[in-house]
Ligand binder design. Structure first.
Ligand code: 16H
Length: 258
């Protein structure tokens, strides 16, 4: 069954939707497209693989600024039986988040910018050796035609980006939490492995989803470089496994949605 949010989202792709007049909109628009381009680039020079499990591959690109880790992660995965829309939608819609996000203590919607953009405040569990983190970020989902194959399956992208400044609805509680700054993007595309007849509904056996996830974390505060790297080396693969198995379970007995 579709929620109202999901209905609004799928309707919005068939209607000419107005450009939201929100002050964050120009940033949301620009950064989402930049992150999409970044996620679509290959992993050539500068990237180092640090984990592989079947189709799941995780790469890192190390960088330090004044002794603080500013590494970037890129992960690619291929997941059978789910679509790009289903993956992206589960990543974006708040009602699914506690089902897969294992590092979360609290999630609050600060503002709905539009049907496809939400401003969140999240308090993360103290899985990290240092103090507890919180974050204020916008999240935006959109569908983009595949420029290399305009008649093929569209690309679904969700971009999450921390606000650079404090937000009045979620002031920085220094001392209680350390504010972390993240940029994350997930790019999903359905591969249809067998083309069905017109009358046939697409079955789960005929769809596969190609995923690319990139993330850049600035943990905020001072954390030794080795600690940050040890945490993300453990947490990113955990997140990808948990998230993909959650989406598979969530969609299993439901009709395929592209
Ligand atoms: O993308 C993930 N989760 C999103 C949904 O909860 C939110 C995320 C986000 C969060 C805050 C601000 C912007 C965006 O996109 C999955 C995230 C998986 C997290 C892996 C852990 C990374 C750990 C980095 C090391 C920090 C070390 C700190 C102290 C030692």
């Amino acid at each position: 069954s579709q929620t109202d949010d999901e209905r609004a989202l799928s309707d919005s792709s068939t209607e000419a939707s107005a450009v939201p007049s929100h002050p964050l909109w120009p940033d949301i628009e620009r950064i989402t497209l930049e992150q999409l381009t970044f996620a679509q680039q290959g992993v050539g020079e500068g990237w180092e693989i640090f984990e592989q499990d079947g189709e799941m591959k995780l790469y890192k690109r190390e960088k330090e600024v004044n002794g603080l880790v500013q590494d970037t992660l890129k992960a690619v995965h291929v997941v059978k039986g789910v679509t790009g829309f289903e993956m992206a939608n589960c990543f974006f819609q708040p009602e699914y988040r506690f089902g897969w996000e294992t590092t979360l203590e609290e999630m609050k919607i600060i503002e709905k910018v539009s049907d496809d953009a939400i401003l969140f405040h999240q308090i993360h569990k103290r899985v990290w050796p240092a103090s507890q983190r919180d974050a204020v970020f916008w999240s935006h989902i959109r569908q983009i035609p595949d420029s290399e194959n305009p008649d093929g399956e569209p690309i679904w992208v969700v971009c999450n980006k921390s606000l650079a400044k404090d937000h009045p609805a979620a002031p920085d509680k220094k001392g209680k939490y350390t504010r972390a700054f993240l940029t994350a993007v997930i790019v999903c595309q359905t591969i249809i492995t067998k083309h069905p007849n017109d009358e046939d509904e697409l079955s789960r056996a005929e769809v596969t989803c190609k995923i690319s996830y990139c993330s850049h974390v600035d943990p905020g505060g001072w954390v030794p470089a080795a600690a940050t790297r040890a945490v993300y080396k453990r947490e990113y693969p955990k997140f990808l496994r948990k998230f993909t198995s959650y989406v598979i379970d969530e969609c299993q007995d439901k009709p395929v949605r592209t």
